[in-house]
Design a protein around this ligand. Structure first.
Ligand code: FBP
Length: 329
């Protein structure tokens, strides 16, 4: 039997070649375990009363699902045991979480969207976990939110786990993007793509077209250009991880642009900078693509608050450059 490299083999090789990557290797190993556990729960969510709302609203004012709570608690409690992280931020936590005594001397902080696209759970559609790791800053207390307000270029590790037809772990620690696919039968992640590069062609655009009328003039012209002139096909799963994953493989542009739904002239973004935009942008740029908030790279934005939202566009290099040169307001 010709088995692809397992994640364990990959990590051991990395450790032999780069002993200084010991913490990164430990982190990926722990994140893979989290991925296996969430994968097994998403697979049987409808059978074990894990579908539906948790009767809770998060700091973003969104209904929290039972599976959101499960995934958040898992990330928090499992990673507390590892001692790799001093603090954690999460879409489901109002404040920065102290990672306990084991994490008191840890050199890293981690931000999560524990279950991205959770509205898809009851529909049996793809969801994902997104993570972003940065170095702990010595000048601030470990639970100071400024730990998380570093520009995305400071990330030392970023990635996601997509729970779909199969479960895939995609990550980068600054040396290209790797994809491992979980073989559920024996519980190992196997290497399926390495040094991923986003094709430099734009056949697809991913955007909620229902919001077209709420866009700024420049953004609207760009979406119209993609659809009417460039003849791109629309593909939209409505889960950032799934849409981002597809576009990373086939090329194209993903957009969650600021909208003015109330007609007040104020354009509001939806996606969160620290645990959605930053890690996805890091992967895309590692794969040779580009990202922008409409003005600068998403990796150059130092946040101002933990749950800050930002306008998001990422994709292959040419199309993002075309936007910046022709449609930027
Ligand atoms: P959650 O992390 O709260 O699930 O929200 C983020 C998200 O689900 C993205 O994954 C997705 O791209 C977007 O919201 C979909 O929003 P909309 O339904 O407005 O297009």
């Amino acid at each position: 039997m010709n088995l692809p490299l397992t994640l364990s083999q990959f990590l051991i090789r990395e450790l032999v070649d780069h002993p200084e990557h010991e913490s990164l290797v430990a982190m990926i190993s722990d994140l893979a375990t989290i991925g296996k556990i969430i994968s097994s729960h998403t697979n049987k969510a409808g059978l074990v009363n894990m579908i539906g709302n948790a009767d809770k609203v998060n700091i973003q004012g969104e209904e929290v699902k039972k599976l959101d709570v499960f995934c958040n608690d898992l990330c928090k409690n499992y990673l507390k045991q590892t001692g790799n992280f001093a603090a954690m931020a999460s879409e489901e936590e109002d404040e920065v979480v102290d990672m306990g005594d084991f994490g008191k001397d840890a050199k890293y902080v981690i931000a999560f969207d524990p279950l991205d696209g959770s509205h898809n759970v009851e529909l049996n559609l793809p969801v994902g976990t997104i993570f972003s790791v940065q170095r702990r800053l010595d000048e601030f207390d470990r639970t100071d939110e400024r730990q998380f307000l570093q520009p995305g270029r400071n990330q030392v590790l970023a990635g996601y786990i997509l729970y779909s037809m199969s479960t895939v772990l995609v990550f980068s620690w600054g040396n290209g993007v790797y994809e491992f696919t979980l073989d559920q039968s024996f519980g190992e992640f196997l290497l399926t793509r390495e040094k991923m590069t986003i094709p430099n062609e734009c056949k697809l655009y991913s955007f909620n077209e229902g919001y077209n009328k709420y866009l700024s003039v420049g953004d609207k012209k760009f979406v119209d250009y993609l659809r009417d002139e460039k003849k791109c096909s629309l593909r939209y799963v409505s889960a950032l991880v799934a849409d981002g994953h597809r576009n990373l493989i086939v090329g194209g542009v993903y957009m969650y642009l600021s909208t003015d739904k109330k007609g007040t002239g104020e354009y509001k973004p939806k996606l969160r900078l620290n645990y959605e935009a930053k890690p996805m942008a890091y992967l895309v740029e590692q794969a040779g693509g580009l990202s922008t908030d409409g003005d600068v790279s998403l990796l150059d934005i130092a946040g101002e608050s933990l749950h800050q939202r930002v306008s998001v566009m990422f994709g292959n290099k040419d199309i993002i450059e075309y936007f910046l040169n022709n449609f930027k307001s």
